[in-house]
Unconditional design. Structure first.
Length: 180
């Protein structure tokens, strides 16, 4: 006990002891974070099952986004505990995200339009609709909705032709639904 005050002195050994807590904290972050992610995702799945009016494609899309966001959060927190500067990583991820968003502008427009179609439900699978004025080289046509996806909607025209229509075209113009 006679060296007690000296044991608390800031020495190299003391600093190395404190620095070694970084890997322990990172490991604890992963040990605690991974089960929490699994619990949150399980509750999210239950919430989706409880509300049947949410389309399965939209559920999968939202589930993936939440899952990726949670994993990135836990991994970046663990990296921060290791002493890695995550600010640069977050900035780089933001720049990459912007580049991908600009590169996939049409795809993102179709996905957002698909989400609006799924939520607003102007038509459903099996409905007979009159398509917008002009789609590609085709002019207005009747058809039965076969499938509504996030990017495209598939319609079988009255003459049997299967049309795959980008969702942004179906939200931009009026679509007549004769089934409801």
């Amino acid at each position: 006990m006679e060296n007690f005050p000296n044991d608390l002195a800031p020495t190299y050994e003391c600093a190395s002891e404190l620095a070694s807590l970084g890997p322990v904290a990172a490991l604890l972050t992963l040990i605690i974070g991974i089960p929490i992610i699994k619990i949150i995702l399980r509750y999210l799945k239950r919430a989706f099952e409880k509300y049947d009016y949410i389309d399965q494609g939209l559920e999968n899309f939202l589930f993936r986004i939440v899952s990726v966001a949670l994993w990135v959060l836990v991994i970046l927190t663990a990296a921060n505990e290791l002493g890695i500067n995550v600010t640069g990583i977050v900035a780089a991820l933001g720049i990459v995200g912007l580049a991908v968003a600009f590169a996939s502008k049409d795809t993102m427009e179709n996905i957002i339009a698909g989400i609006f179609i799924i939520i607003d439900r102007p038509f459903r699978e099996g409905d007979r609709i009159l398509l917008p004025k002009k789609i590609g080289g085709l002019y207005s046509s009747w058809g039965d909705v076969q499938e509504i996806g996030l990017r495209t909607t598939t319609v079988r025209s009255t003459d049997g032709v299967m049309l795959t229509i980008p969702n942004k075209l179906l939200t931009r113009d009026a679509v007549a639904n004769f089934s409801h």
